[in-house]
Design a protein around this ligand. Sequence first.
Ligand code: MG
Length: 387
Amino acid sequence: MQIAAIVVAAGQGTRFGGPIPKQYLDLAGEPVLTRTLRALLAVPIDAVLVAIHQDARADYERAAAPLADKRLLPAVTGGATRADSVRNALEALSPHAPARVLIHDGARPFISPERIAALIAAEGAAILAEPVVDALWREDAGHADAPVARAGLWRAQTPQYFPYQQLLEAHRAEAATGGKPALDDAETYRRAGHQVALIEGNAENFKITTSDDLARAERILLPAFETRTGQGFDVHRFAPGDHLWLCGVRIPHDQQLEGHSDADIGLHALSDAIYGALADGDIGRHFPPSDPQWKGAESHIFLSHAAGLVRARGGRIIHAEVTLMAEAPKIAPHADAMRARLAEIMGLAVSRIGVKATTMERMGFVGRGEGLAALASATIELPREHL
Ligand code: MG
């Protein structure tokens, strides 16, 4: 065997505070570890061995199942420290006797094939690392005390790449002597007297350690906005009168619509469609009919409130449509005025708004002229939530 990879995934990851270790958290629909393993299996290495926590067997099987790759060896149980986990995995690889081994963190899913190729091209041992670009300060009781020269300082990443036998012996020697645990395999290897080359990594290959890191990883994988659609429906009955309001337009008619507010079914249905797209209740919840201040209210208040909620969440309405169901009055002559008024209320271009109408073929309550009904839909874009 030429090259084997060891993935260190035995940590319990308590920094998140949750019960699931970070390498098993869902990242855009898949466990972090699944993505890490897929990235490694995308390059020509001969075997991948994962060191897991003894209690995480079920989590691991769930993460590994979608990969179905013969190069993925049965996982080994890690130890109390990172070094113990790596050593257990190195010992488990001895029947395969790989010439070289890559050690990689389970929580670095963005390792690129091109950076792995750069590592593998190295003569001896090599690690990915990034030069430090920020100013460095030594702290004293919460205050900047002394600057630290950053020239020549590098931040280590993984994978780290070593001749297998020499790394195994370095780990065995370290375990035998005890002492301060090494930061990483590069340190273990250096303690055994060998050289380690630094190969420039990239910023995308960060380790998911905090919930902010997980959110950053999702921003890389997912579009910034998500699209949502909501529906609304409304009905009001006729009462004696001389005009009615539909989609914010006053239409002379021999009847009016009866309701707590101005009974504009078009505005009500569309407001509910927007609340629906936001998954944020309905008109009745935002403007309770039991509250006398909304009696006789002009319904543009509801629609501008709903549109305002979309803006307040950093989103936008990309399309809105109302279908009015009526035998009379005729809607078509007013449709453009309705579109213009809806556009004005919501602060949108008219081209994003549709108004259409249908009769009910004289069937049902609309067909009998007892009242009117409206259907509406709203399509909105919202900044993707971290769910
Ligand atoms: Mg209504």
